[in-house]
Write a protein that binds this ligand. Structure first.
Ligand SMILES: [Zn+2]
Ligand SMILES: [Zn+2]
Length: 245
């Protein structure tokens, strides 16, 4: 029996230096429930270290939480990586750590808080998370797939840090699972303006950096559970699953 899931799978927490300090696990989960979402995805810049805390908050409050990360490639393209298994997310983190340089200066770039589910600060990420990794787009996508995840190109309609802004096009051989349209445009507006994106599955997530932004846009998909595996089937139109924007 297929169900419908309202998904906003691109949220930042207080770990991202550009995100609001109120973006702590319990507050994120409560806001998402208030907005009527069924599942959220946590995708901080180049770090997965607040995912477990949000997942615990989700378990407590009854909201599904998918673990992910927004990776900055060498070309300064943002790619979302989503995983069902924590062990696969850990492999992704290890690869990012091996390919990310620089140390954060909180006064310049903002604080990078690691917190528990209640929002208590338990540490600080020292790496400069807004920097670019040395991994190229194709390598990022290939590794996400090797580790069992889905690769979605972030905010393709934005003028910075997107596949189209950085490369000028979506590389034909890139095995990207979907393209994300930002809240700046509706999916149909973006498809009108960027004909090259029409051949790909499209999703719309909020890229929330503040609580009120959570759920401002979302994508609904059908499946037996609100999982990455089921989303992958829906993006591919397999087994009767589908994606609705
Ligand atoms: Zn981004
Ligand atoms: Zn983002």
């Amino acid at each position: 029996m297929l169900e419908m899931f309202r998904a906003d799978l691109h949220l930042h927490t207080c770990l991202s230096p550009c995100a609001d300090e109120t973006m702590v696990p319990l507050a994120i989960v409560r806001e998402a429930k208030k907005k009527g979402l069924d599942v959220v995805g946590i995708c901080d810049h180049n770090s997965t270290r607040n995912v477990k805390a949000v997942r615990r908050a989700g378990q407590r409050e009854g909201l599904s939480v998918i673990g992910g990360v927004e990776i900055t490639t060498a070309e300064e393209v943002h790619i979302l990586a989503l995983f069902d298994q924590q062990s696969d997310l850990d492999k992704m983190q290890q690869l990012i750590d091996q390919n990310l340089g620089g140390e954060n200066n909180p006064e310049l770039f903002g604080e990078q808080y690691v917190c528990d589910e209640n929002g208590l600060i338990v540490g600080r990420e020292m790496q400069l998370l807004i920097g670019a990794t040395e991994l190229r787009v194709e390598d990022v996508v290939a590794n996400i797939h090797n580790f069992g995840g889905l690769a979605i190109a972030s905010h393709v309609d934005r003028e910075r840090f997107s596949l189209i802004s950085q490369l000028g096009f979506v590389p034909e051989r890139l095995q990207i699972d979907a393209l994300e349209v930002s809240p700046l445009h509706s999916v149909s507006q973006a498809a009108d303006q960027l004909p090259q994106i029409r051949n790909y599955p499209l999703v719309s997530f909020s890229d929330a950096h503040q609580l009120e932004e959570i759920g401002r846009v979302f994508t609904t998909f059908t499946g037996v559970s609100p999982s990455v595996r089921e989303l992958g089937k829906a993006l591919g139109g397999k087994d009767g699953r589908e994606v609705m924007n």
